[in-house]
Design a protein around this ligand. Structure first.
Ligand SMILES: O=C[C@H](O)[C@H](O)COP(=O)(O)O
Ligand SMILES: C=C(OP(=O)(O)O)C(=O)O
Length: 449
């Protein structure tokens, strides 16, 4: 085996370990063909960009910056359109502007975008009217329609995921570097339905202040080029390991392995088994890694994850994304933060206030209360304040569209409204106005900190 072949094999060491939440592909030969084809495709991101994000996350871990990570619960192939992508980006840019200006902190912007096509599920099957079919696992695996054809896992979908991610990333790069993300566009990002909402009006006032600040800096001779582009990174859950490892490549500069399907990947709550395939895979790649930590996580689990994923204790390498639930975070988070801090590791602590706060409304819709989301973030800030550690950021499921999936918010959505525009393929997302509300409230919390 040549050195390179050995290193590449490093991306496949997970294969001998139990891998949770993998689809049961009916045709293994078809899967092998797809993997071989994916292996021949060009990278979606460059290793150097992953390194740059790792440095930015290092600043988050050191308490010098704040991470805003957000996007769809599950991206869908039929939503790879200019409007949807622009709306999501616009929401994140607006939230970023609010957090930077009102929170007075540099914001690292990372989308749950261009690869977030795979979902871990609580149950392997779904039953409707006495008919049982495989559960929907994301567009990368099967279709949402409740038919045997749609629900049968089809490996050709992994190629569609690659192409959908590629098209999305291409447009995101064009938007973020081609003028759309210019800070002078802060008003333009608000020119639609959201403008008339309470958060849209609050945003408009903030945008005017940003304008004045930019004019002042302009008058002082600051180079206006500096505000024309924005750094924006992609991330998704590294769930389907056949896909992730097919897109794992050796960096010609360093000989290290990178998963070039996205800048940052995370391991979910359901797949973070210490002796499982996902952690093994993540331990082999140099991308910045996130791990979701739910309420059952012990301090020992967290310390072992650090040992496995960040043995060099490199700030920015490992991000712990806690998702405890509003009622649990104040009890469960302190011990984790205390013991990890005492170990000398410098991880970034991020709050996902979505996944511990899901419930089913009487109408059958999965939903979340905006107030619970907010309360979990509050608890996160309180814990970090009491321990003198840094609340490093938020990880949210959101969309730029005017959906009715989560209840509450300044432009209140009621339980009875849920059916109106309930469009998610999996979990409920904050809509644009709720996302802006959250950004303003988090900015206040950050400033108070
Ligand atoms: O997004 C997270 C999970 O995939 C989702 O919460 C699982 O939902 P389920 O419990 O309906 O399977
Ligand atoms: C599945 C997800 O979250 P968790 O692993 O925290 O349940 C997710 O973020 O899409």
């Amino acid at each position: 085996m040549t050195v390179n072949a050995e290193i590449h094999a490093g991306g496949n060491t997970w294969r001998s370990l139990p891998a949770a939440q993998q689809p049961e592909w009916p045709d293994q030969e078809a899967l092998r063909d797809v993997i071989a084809e994916l292996e021949s495709y060009p990278p979606l991101v460059f290793a150097g960009e992953c390194d740059q994000l790792r440095q930015r996350l290092g600043a988050v871990a050191r308490g010098e910056a704040f991470l805003l990570q957000g996007g769809d619960c599950a991206e869908a192939f039929d939503a790879v359109g200019a409007d949807q992508i622009r709306n999501k980006l616009k929401t994140l840019l607006q939230m970023g502007a609010v957090l930077t200006y009102a929170g007075q902190v540099p914001v690292v912007k990372v989308g749950r975008i261009a690869g977030q096509y795979s979902k871990p599920r609580s149950k392997p099957t779904e039953t409707r009217d006495g008919v049982t079919l495989p559960t929907y696992r994301g567009d990368s695996v099967n279709g949402f329609a409740f038919t045997p054809e749609a629900r049968t896992p089809d490996p050709q979908r992994l190629k569609r995921m690659y192409h959908a991610s590629s098209a999305t990333l291409n447009l995101v790069r064009a938007f973020t570097t081609g003028g759309y993300a210019d800070l002078r566009q802060v008003h333009a990002w608000n020119q639609d339905f959201v403008k008339s909402s309470p958060s849209g009006q609050r945003y408009e006032a903030l945008a005017r202040e940003i304008d004045r600040a930019l004019n002042f800096m302009n008058a002082c001779g600051t180079d206006p080029e500096e505000f024309k582009t924005v750094e924006f990174y992609s991330s998704h859950e590294a769930l389907i390991l056949d896909y992730e490892s097919a897109l794992t490549r050796t960096d010609s500069r360093t000989g290290n392995l990178y998963d070039v399907s996205g800048h940052m990947v995370w391991i979910g709550e359901r797949t973070r088994q210490l002796d499982g395939a996902h952690i093994e895979f993540a331990s082999r790649i140099r991308n910045p890694i996130g791990v979701k930590l739910g309420p059952t996580t012990t301090a020992e689990d967290a310390l072992t994850l650090i040992e496995r994923l960040d043995p060099e204790r490199e700030p920015g390498r490992l991000t712990f994304i806690t998702r405890m639930g509003a009622g649990k975070i104040r009890d469960h988070l302190p011990e984790l933060v205390e013991k990890v801090t005492a170990s000398g590791a410098q991880v970034a602590w991020i709050c996902d206030p979505m996944h511990g706060n899901t419930f089913e409304a009487a109408s059958g819709h999965k939903t979340r209360r905006f107030d619970d989301v907010l309360d979990e973030v509050k608890g996160f800030f309180e814990v970090h304040k009491s321990l003198g550690t840094h609340p490093g950021g938020i990880h949210v499921e959101l969309t730029g569209d005017d959906v009715t999936e989560c209840v509450g918010g300044g432009d209140e959505i009621f339980v009875d409204d849920l059916h109106q525009r309930y469009e998610t393929a999996c979990d409920p997302r904050l809509n644009r106005s709720q996302s802006l509300d959250l950004a303003f409230l988090v900015a206040e919390m950050y400033r108070d900190q």
